[in-house]
Design a protein around this ligand. Sequence first.
Ligand code: RIB
Ligand code: CA
Length: 313
Amino acid sequence: MTARKIIIDTDPGQDDAVAILLALASPEEIEVLGITAVAGNVPLALTQKNARIICELANRTDIPVFAGCDAPLKRPLVTAEHVHGKTGLDGPTLPDPSMPLQDAHAVDFIIETLRNHPAGTVTLCPLGPLTNIATALEKAPDIAPRIAEIVLMGGAYFEVGNITPAAEFNIYVDPEAADIVFRSGAPITVMPLDVTHKALVTKPRNDAFRALGTQVGEAVALMTDFFERFDKEKYGSDGAPLHDPCVTAYLIRPDLFSGRHINVEIETTSELTLGMTVADWWGVTDRAANATFMGDLDADGFFALLTERLARL
Ligand code: RIB
Ligand code: CA
């Protein structure tokens, strides 16, 4: 099986970090062509720095990292330091990066990569607000049919919102961008809170990271220890939800996930439900299906895969 070529678009964020590490630990299935940073959990200056910190943690300074959009298309940026800490990667103490940031803008890298590879061979993996992806689609509409698949973390249906009663953070921060992406016609697979809230880093799972006895294992244990407090307080959950690693785990073991191919549209006008993913899970409309919306995962299988792969770094 040839490795799937991907671009990871990200706002690190501890869970983004684990998703990136899982991808870099899985060269048989995943070839990371580049990492594009977007403003989200923390401002762009930090997300582009954190992306490079993570590449250096994985000893992969060969991965090109690009800075993208520093604000949503039409709204002021909303960040999540209350979840991820001031740096966005609170938990472990990791050195500042020495690898360079690429000069090109992330949006241009996304466009050029899709144009320069055969159509249907590059997958986009957004782990944050969809501003970079939407900007690329608006700037170069010709890329839409060239995208193999967009596998993104975002949205919610049964789990409803985590930043408002109705909306999940990534979609809420830039709902106009999400609307552009969901209307693009590209094949979309969605990892919503409905799935990611089942990927909880319980204490035994966190202990398994630490037991790896490696710098990566220790860093992941410290990251997930840190960012679990928000969800524990809010949901009483039994550990941090590993939202973004569901995206990269799907590329390796899609059989761990189950969902439905349904219509998903984005609320972009009502202030009350702004950023809601209106998912027609029960097929009550005749709106055309445009996304595979995941609803369940084999959590033990997910953590077994994640821990086994992290041990490689
Ligand atoms: O709502 C969870 C999502 O928002 C995750 O991608 C997390 O990293 C934040 O970006
Ligand atoms: Ca993220």
